[in-house]
Design a protein around this ligand. Structure first.
Ligand code: B1M
Length: 219
């Protein structure tokens, strides 16, 4: 632990910004082997880097191909952290079942994957439908798996209405009468929007998602 330097995490953030997947992997492995907590590597390295990417993208200082490289580098790092973030859990699925996906028209999945990882780490069974999930596919998955929760992620203003359409489809299929609770999240989603569309739970980040679902199942 003592050997881990802030400079290494700064290098890691820089490697994400520069889209250097190989360097990201190497620095994550190094940080893990030096005993740094996976959560610190995630927050202070990977997510810090991606945050800068988001700012630069917004200001048109970075462009789509570069952002894609950064996202790939981020995912490479996240995969190495996955076993550590999910470690130490027995009885996976005991706490409840969650059908999860990024809504129709939206292919952002880093936040959704983090939510999936943190829920899995906390004993929930996650059925991950991936990205660009149509309302009818959420419905089919809920009919098949009978989860207590369905979680939707959206990162674009233009795809937020797909959350409302999905809730309407779940209602039309009679699924919400059975107590299925809807959780929504993603950078542009607000608590006000969540309540306006009839979602039961709004979570600001992955840890909050875990906290709220644990509360909902009484654990
Ligand atoms: Co895009 N993108 N992107 N992008 N991208 C954003 C979101 C944007 C804010 C960038 C910007 O302009 N500054 C902007 C959206 C503007 C808006 O509408 N509000 C944007 C745009 C415009 C686009 C395109 C339209 C660009 C184009 O084509 N011209 C395009 C859309 C493609 C599509 O989806 N149809 C596009 C494409 C892409 C890439 C493919 C290059 C890549 C995604 C790769 C991937 O995901 N595999 C990408 C990326 C990486 C970003 C930024 C830079 C980073 C997003 C991210 O992963 N953040 C992003 C800028 C930014 O967010 N600052 C941006 C890290 C992640 C951990 O955070 O997903 O918010 P987040 O998740 C958080 C919480 O929100 C929460 O928990 C997580 C943290 O613990 N959470 C939930 C998320 N889902 C939840 C669900 C829950 C609960 C909590 O319950 C179910």
């Amino acid at each position: 632990m003592g050997g881990v330097k802030v400079a290494d995490l700064e290098r890691l953030a820089r490697a994400v910004i520069e889209g250097e997947a190989a360097t990201v992997k190497q620095l994550v492995e190094q940080a893990l082997s030096e005993g740094l907590a996976a959560d610190t590597i995630l927050q202070e390295g990977l997510l810090k880097g991606l945050g800068v990417v988001g700012e630069k993208f917004g200001k048109q200082e970075m462009f789509l191909p570069e952002v894609m490289m950064s996202a790939k580098a981020m995912q490479a790092g996240l995969e190495l952290l996955r076993p550590h973030l999910e470690a130490g859990q027995s009885g996976a699925g005991l706490r409840g079942k969650v059908v999860l996906g990024t809504v129709e028209g939206d292919i952002h999945d880093i936040g959704k994957n983090l939510v999936a990882m943190m829920l899995t780490a906390n004993g929930f069974q996650v059925i991950d439908l991936g990205v660009n999930v149509k309302p009818e596919d959420f419905v089919l998955a809920c009919q098949e798996h009978q989860p207590q929760f369905v979680g939707m992620s959206a990162l674009l203003n233009t795809t937020m209405p797909a959350m409302a359409r999905t809730i309407t489809a779940l209602e039309a299929a009679g699924l919400r009468n059975g107590g299925l609770q809807v959780m929504v999240g993603g950078a542009p989603v607000t608590p006000e929007f969540a309540s306006r569309i009839g979602a039961d739970i709004y979570a600001d980040d992955a840890l909050e998602a875990v906290r709220l679902l644990r509360k909902a199942v009484g654990w």
